[in-house]
Design a protein around this ligand. Structure first.
Ligand SMILES: Nc1ncnc2c1ncn2[C@@H]1O[C@H](COP(=O)(O)OP(=O)(O)O)[C@@H](O)[C@H]1O
Ligand SMILES: [Mg+2]
Length: 363
């Protein structure tokens, strides 16, 4: 087992800087996710950790030991990729036993450990099959069992569920979470899918353009995003422009039609133009709500119904509420809304800083 520390990492491909100066700490035993849009540098960073990429600057440590110059094969890492990368000519059992054979462990240990991970990953009953007789999900289970069987210090997973269909992805992410907790291995999990990241992770680092935007628990990122990028990338939100003004020492958010929302948390801040993030569920329908809204469209999703509404200071805001069997709104209907001020976030006009906090953890 091992914690992972990265200090001032830099990556350049053919004169192009992809990662400028990245710091990260992954606690021992954590399931830590790198989440970000395609091309932001997740795989690049993972390959630097694994030793498959050159490192232009910075230091990488496993359990306090610097590993920059260590051979990939000496780093004691298990890896699982998007494409299953298990050996097609070997049975499930031989795939799982592969790493152990290479390590030249005793026959008894080989049998024991292979059986243990076949059972743990629930692929024991397919042990004599070849990979082409397995579904995608089963193949990923084999890949994970093979990676874990050699007792790596660190497990790296790069979009392991991307090739699976939606239902299986949900089942598999639960399986990965359970196994990771059971084995307790320090894991870095890469995905571009924010819902998957939220569901699976102890901690998430949100990345964009080679930079860590924020590190936090899923809940922290959702409720206190440190900038507009994180607010919009994690979950859905409405970003509205407003002005922070003070009257008699009390702070208000003034939206463009001059609607004023008392906002005591920012009493101490100076007057300025701001970006306000209001999640769809923080627009609350109530008969005496101060905001008049017109329904433009609605999507019934079973548990919830999502609406697009025009309000005096913004077009087509997303509003989400629990579905009601009795009420049925049509486009053109008018309703009244209030904003749940406790739950919204207020950013500087350029979107780079949350005036309410939302730390950018740099280690
Ligand atoms: N071997 C490479 N040579 C040159 N550029 C690369 C190479 N691998 C990745 N890149 C570039 O680095 C950036 C980050 O890529 P990558 O780490 O694959 O992103 P992600 O995994 O987040 O989708 C992209 O702009 C990509 O085009
Ligand atoms: Mg990638």
């Amino acid at each position: 087992m091992s914690d992972i520390k990265i200090d001032h990492a830099k990556k350049i491909y053919n004169g192009q800087t992809v990662i400028e100066d990245l710091n990260l700490h992954v606690a021992d035993g954590a399931l830590f996710t790198l989440l970000g849009p395609s091309g932001c540098g997740k795989t690049t960073l993972l390959r630097m950790i694994a030793g498959f990429n050159s490192i232009e600057a910075g230091d990488f440590y496993f359990a306090g030991k610097r590993i920059n110059e260590m051979e990939p094969s000496k780093r004691n890492i298990g890896m699982v990729f998007q494409n299953y990368a298990i050996f097609p000519h070997l049975t499930v059992r031989d795939n799982v036993a592969f790493g152990l054979k290479q390590k030249k462990v005793s026959k008894t240990e080989l049998e024991q450990e292979t059986n243990k991970y076949l059972k743990l990953m629930q692929i024991d009953s397919y042990r004599d099959r070849k990979p082409d007789q397995l579904s995608g999900g089963q193949q990923q289970r084999v890949a994970l069992a093979r990676a874990l069987a050699v007792h790596p210090d660190v497990l790296l997973m790069d979009e392991p569920l991307s090739n699976l269909d939606a239902k299986l992805r949900v089942d598999m992410r639960q399986a990965i979470r359970e196994i990771q907790h059971e084995v307790g291995i320090t894991t870095i999990y890469v995905t571009h899918d924010q819902e998957e990241a939220m569901a699976i992770s102890d901690q998430i680092a949100v990345m964009n353009h080679g930079k860590i935007q924020q590190v936090g628990r899923p809940k922290e990122l959702y409720h206190r995003p440190s900038n507009v990028f994180v607010a919009t990338f994690i979950g859905r939100t409405n970003i509205l422009s407003a002005e922070l003004v003070h009257k008699g020492g009390k702070a208000y958010l003034k939206f463009s039609d001059s609607y004023l929302l008392a906002f005591p948390d920012l009493d101490h801040e100076i007057d300025q133009k701001v970006c306000v993030s209001i999640r769809p569920e923080e627009f609350v329908r109530s008969p005496d709500g101060p905001i008049e809204a017109e329904i433009i469209d609605s999507l019934y999703l079973g548990l919830n119904t999502e609406y697009y509404m025009d309000i005096p200071f913004a077009k087509k805001v997303q509003v989400c509420e629990e579905s009601s069997f009795k009420e049925d709104f049509k486009p053109g209907d008018h309703v009244r809304l209030s904003i749940n001020a406790d739950k919204i976030n207020v950013f500087t006009l350029d979107g780079t800083r949350n005036l309410l906090g939302g730390e950018v953890h740099e280690v």
